[in-house]
Design a protein around this ligand. Sequence first.
Ligand code: UT7
Length: 323
Amino acid sequence: MIRSVVRGVGAETPRRIMNNDDFVGLVDTSDEWITQRTGIRQRHIASDDETTASLGEAAARKALAASGLTPADIDLIVLATSTPNNTFPATAVEIQQRLGMHHGFAFDLQAVCSGFLYALTTADLYIRGGSAKRVLVIGAETFSRILDWTDRTTCVLFGDGAGALVLEAQVGEGSVADQGILTTSLRSDGAHKEKLYVDGGPSTSGTVGKLRMEGREVFKHAVGMITDVVEAALGDAGVTADDLDWFVPHQANKRIIDASARKLGIAEEKVVVTVDRHGNTSAASVPLALAAAVADGRIKRGDLVLLEAMGGGFTWGAALVRW
Ligand code: UT7
């Protein structure tokens, strides 16, 4: 059986860091409110010369280096983003060009904060279907460009960044001991589209628009949706929360992460948390957290790693990966 095995991971964050205190004076808020309600202490914000494409390219290059591969070895790029450089062409194609690739194919995929889980699932299907051997899966965002910087209920929550991993087709035995993606589970429900959206677009306003969110409403649904999709993924693979080595959740709010882990019965020391330093980076959040936990030696070869995300749409998803 063909498995999609993670060869390497990479991350990039913009140079500029904005602390909670930097918002005081911009909007009516405080470090205390942001820290207590979200767990966020700082986030990276892109400068004019930093874009979704440049951050995505940098993360991709690091993932390739960690894999011992070059762009010539890649046959597909899937970029998860809701903040593309342009309405079209796909930012994935721009990253392809930046990497000097003239072969293979590249496309963007948009599922907001769940984008990386959707991209991972898509890449896994191309690999297991035999249409691709090595895939760059990237989550890259510049949410700072779609924030309303006068709205304290949203502007303090998000940050910019990119994470990438290289998946490679390898033969496994079809058991849960195999290395690679063991199972994925995706969901969406457009009934909730008004709770988290951008109030512009090419086909409506003709503008880019700004992010709008009913935070409390999103919060109310988040834990239930996350635990449902995680339980589906665990059940599918025939494992339990006790079998997990690491839980790498979407990094939107520390309270959502804690409540989800508690409900799933995952011990606190197995949870990777980076929301304190990155804020919510949407599709980049899971690969940024993965890259951090691989870089500091927590996630090692053979570990069983659970990924999940939930966001606008609503969309939500989970993946179980043997590292
Ligand atoms: O990644 C996609 C998914 N997105 C999420 O997962 C976000 C989910 N939602 C959340 O994380 C939380 O709901 C928030 C962090 C957005 C808000 O936390 P909350 O505990 O749900 O607060 P709230 O919305 O109920 O607001 C409580 C109070 C309100 O004041 P009143 O109405 O009680 O007087 C807000 O106006 O806090 C006020 N508030 C703020 N105060 C200081 C809202 N934003 C701020 C702020 N600084 N930045």
